[in-house]
Ligand binder design. Structure first.
Ligand code: 13P
Ligand code: SF4
Length: 347
């Protein structure tokens, strides 16, 4: 529409004028209308690494709130991180509040004494990262969860994995930990779901999930495979355990992109991850057959809150030096959260 072309022109002008003072990182789940203006695209790990090295005065983050917080924690104090729409949260990150986590920790320490190492998926609030950092733990992303779990076990007998039970369960299982060695902590009912002997517990999974990846099912895989036995099912480890069990391949956003990129022409994939990324893969590889594993697709509504008008408005404000939606993590939280992130980045 004319409206969007006006916004696009304005964004181009601002980017041109501000040059290196401005950095726009974009997560792979962002809309195309936003992605076209990203200086760099990445998955959570890549975006976290970029935030630690860029020197731009303004970082206008095209992703969700916890990612902008991470950028603020890892960037220097004279840089401002801006999230174009503050409603771009993450339902998974919201499933673990600091109060719930502190309560859980006290409860678990009573059962397991000082034998637990906390790990949190980067998809969590700065408060949770700080809690984990303070207690000797680290953050993980879907790209390095395996290495970080191994790291945790070198130091403690068991671990608490926040807030995504699926990434925790799927990764621990891949490392040889049995399902009956994993307990689930339910933060709503404040109890541990486990019917064996506590001594056998190696992993305590926080009962959280991603509302997008939770929508993929084993039945969808069966139905797709029935219609076409040549198709490969590739899914993100935020999907439930039974989905990974039935899929051919599983891995982080970076892994999914690389696998599809490297596959020969004519390859067929049903992809279990967020819709904007799946649609982009479909457009990028017309010589391969790519479809969503879920016929109704799976958008992340909060990622989609960042759109062209919000990006244009946020950039306009930066350009006019009237900063809007600045994400600023308090100093003490920052300090501890950075310890958790640094332990991950050092790997
Ligand atoms: P990754 O970018 O680490 O694959 O995480 C996926 C995700 O859900 C981001 O919100
Ligand atoms: Fe959160 Fe899932 Fe959306 Fe990622 S895809 S931002 S984990 S709700």
């Amino acid at each position: 529409t004319t409206d969007s072309s006006v916004l696009e022109k304005r964004i181009k002008m601002i980017k041109n004028e501000m040059k290196d003072d401005l950095f726009i990182p974009g997560h792979h789940y962002q809309k195309d209308e936003v992605v076209q203006f990203a200086d760099e695209m990445g998955d959570s790990l890549e975006l976290a690494k970029q935030s630690a090295t860029k020197t731009a005065k303004y970082i206008v983050f095209c992703g969700v709130h916890f990612m902008a917080e991470t950028a603020d924690i890892l960037s220097s104090n004279d840089q401002a991180v801006i999230l174009p729409d503050l409603r771009a949260g993450c339902s998974m990150a919201d499933m673990a509040s600091i109060k719930q986590t502190e309560k859980a920790w006290t409860y678990l320490q009573e059962i397991f004494d000082d034998t637990i190492m906390p790990l949190t998926y980067v998809n969590s609030t700065a408060d949770i990262k700080a809690f984990v950092g303070k207690n000797g733990g680290a953050t993980v992303t879907s790209s390095n969860a395996k290495e970080m779990i191994k790291w945790a076990f070198k130091q403690k007998e068991r671990l608490l994995f926040l807030p995504d039970q699926h990434l925790g369960r799927n990764t621990a299982f891949e490392l040889g930990i049995k399902l009956n060695e994993m307990a689930v902590y339910d933060p709503i009912n404040e109890c541990l779901e486990y019917d064996g002997l506590y001594d056998d517990v190696k992993v305590i999974l926080w009962k959280g999930h991603c509302s997008v990846h939770q929508l993929f099912t084993a039945a969808q895989i069966e139905s797709i495979k029935q219609n076409d036995d040549q198709i490969q099912v590739i899914v993100h480890p935020e999907c439930p355990f039974e989905v990974l069990e039935k899929s051919d391949l599983s891995g982080s956003t970076r892994y999914i992109i690389d696998k599809i990129d490297q596959a020969p022409p004519g390859s067929k994939f049903a992809v279990g991850t967020e819709m904007n990324l799946v649609n982009r893969l479909i457009d990028t590889y017309p010589d391969k057959h790519i479809q969503s594993l879920n016929p109704f697709m799976c958008p992340c509504v909060t990622m989609n809150r960042i759109d062209l008008p919000h990006l244009a408005y946020a950039l306009d404000c930066v350009y006019e030096s009237e900063l809007l939606n600045v994400i600023s993590v308090p100093n003490q939280t920052k300090e501890y959260a950075k310890m958790a992130l640094q332990r991950m980045l050092d790997h």
